[in-house]
Design a binder for this molecule. Sequence first.
Ligand SMILES: C[S@@+](CC[C@H](N)C(=O)[O-])C[C@H]1O[C@@H](n2cnc3c(N)ncnc32)[C@H](O)[C@@H]1O
Length: 423
Amino acid sequence: MNVAAAREILLDSFGRVRDLTAGLTDGLSMEAATYRPDDQANTVAWLLWHLTRIQDDHVADLAGVDQAWGSWRERFGLPFDASATGYGQDSAEVAAVRVDPALLAGYHRDVHDLTVRYVEQLTDEELARVVDTRWDPPVTVSVRLVSMVNDAVQHLGQAAYVRGLAERRAPEPEPVEQAPVQHRFYGDLAPWWPLISAPDEYAEEAAFAATLLTQAEPATRTVLELGSGGGNNAFHLKSHFEMTLVDLSEDMLAVSRALNPDCEHLAGDMRTVRLGRQFDAVFVHDAIEYMTTESDLRLAVATAYEHCRPGGVAVLVPDHIAENWEPSTDHGGQDSRDGRSVRYLSWDNDPDPSDTTTTTEYAFLLRAPDGSVQVAHDSHRLGLFPRELWIRVLEETGFTARSVAEVTAEHRLPREFFLGTRP
Ligand SMILES: C[S@@+](CC[C@H](N)C(=O)[O-])C[C@H]1O[C@@H](n2cnc3c(N)ncnc32)[C@H](O)[C@@H]1O
């Protein structure tokens, strides 16, 4: 074969390597560039870098010129020495090649130019020159060039395959809301709620809440309560305001509907519910304690903000804040006229003081009208946050926030009411 034909075939072959590399880097996202089908697999970025490094190293060696890598190495910022071509690298080194695909494209263009300059001046003698005598027959320039094309094309095929896998991969599922925890208290035990926690016990606290809920400008008429439970607060508040009650539990909504048939009831999670309307005030009583992480608390406060009209207020009432929580026990229960009775013991403790939760264990003795008694245990994880965090979350959500100490005649520590005004 004459040398001109050999040059043409080589230029065509390297031109295809260039075109395939350009096509593979075009529109390549970092995510696809660094995707690994398994934890050992080569990435598109590594494959392209490696095939380009090999071509650069080998052509520069044949031509007796400097590699193009010299002007690219710093921009790539790889943690390898200057001579690294990827040959023999391990899985961690493959993972280290996290580079902008535009850099890979640019480097390959320079290497291709270097290759073309060399190939264009090939002679018969140069093609026949022996460059490696460790093989039998010894490796000539023409054999070296063909094996470079062969090597590059194999890596390009792998890179195209991995890019296809990366791009056809099912999108990462959206972070799923942690499913709300189901408590027996608010499930199968819900019909016993009025005997565990009676509406009368809420009168004083609801009256105090009302003094804050009225602080909207202009005056409050509509109130949304999130986590309204058995509706004991609403039972008192509804004489001041038009109440809309939202709770996660259908069983608790049923209890509340019986007590407050005149109020609107809706099922929803306070972290995600969107009613598409705004209220003069949003109230979240003790149910806010089921927000056990700062991110859940932020979601609930964002729900309050979304449903609060400008000039409206949000009132949030955790049973405790970090500053006033102590381990404790309590007991209670009542007898109802229908012959049912409940006695319970509750026990607040903090198994892990380093996290944002405490635990309340409940033991219930539930006596039916026929005298039969069942025992039930329910365990609740509750959020516990310092005052400063409550205020910060309210402010960062957009409220102007302050805390107000409750005034109470009950034999317990006054609660801290958090009041947010929507500007
Ligand atoms: C202690 S009860 C509330 C009692 C209420 N203060 C009353 O006046 O009867 C707590 C309520 O919070 C509800 N809850 C817990 N997590 C919730 C969530 N993510 N969204 C809405 N309600 C939730 C429970 O279903 C339960 O009814």
